[in-house]
Ligand binder design. Structure first.
Ligand code: ZN
Ligand code: ZN
Length: 152
């Protein structure tokens, strides 16, 4: 099987941030599209629980990825069956392939509105958006993983 790549567009908010969600504690936070794509960003840390993972996608994004994969796989199978049916159409064995199954919906990812606050890391100088409660007390920088303590 060939390798197939899907592109899923995740919209940035007005400040250029992309929404992420921690798979462990469910905390929502945002990083800039620039930092997300940067080669310097190897690991991402949850600002709340400090989990280091590479799967901080929101349910919307995961759902869309699964729908796209499933639709693609079904299309590929239907195509193969149709090609096979054509090749064999003059033989004794005949069958028709009908690709009338229902496709999974592929809703575009919407930019949701969350009350997140821009914070700048004291250690790496990069920006993230975290919930105000974390911004005002302590959070783990999602980009460098160093704990940030903010006093008013
Ligand atoms: Zn977390
Ligand atoms: Zn940092």
């Amino acid at each position: 099987m060939e390798e197939t790549r899907f592109e899923i567009r995740i919209p940035c908010d007005d400040d250029g941030f992309i929404l992420l969600r921690c798979p462990r504690c469910g905390e929502l936070f945002k990083l800039t599209a620039e930092d997300m794509e940067s080669n310097e960003t190897l690991d991402i840390y949850c600002p709340s629980c400090g989990l280091c993972a590479n799967n901080f996608l929101t349910q919307d994004v995961i759902g869309l990825a699964l729908a796209k994969t499933s639709n693609y796989a079904m299309d590929a199978i239907a195509q193969q069956l149709q090609a096979f049916a054509k090749k064999n159409s003059s033989g004794l064995v005949r069958f028709e392939v009908k690709a009338n199954r229902e496709r999974e919906p592929e809703p575009p990812i919407r930019a949701a509105i969350e009350a997140l606050q821009i914070v700048t890391c004291h250690d790496c100088g990069r920006e993230a958006k975290v919930p105000p409660a974390l911004a005002m007390s302590a959070y783990t920088c999602p980009l460098c993983g160093i704990g940030q303590f903010n006093e008013r």
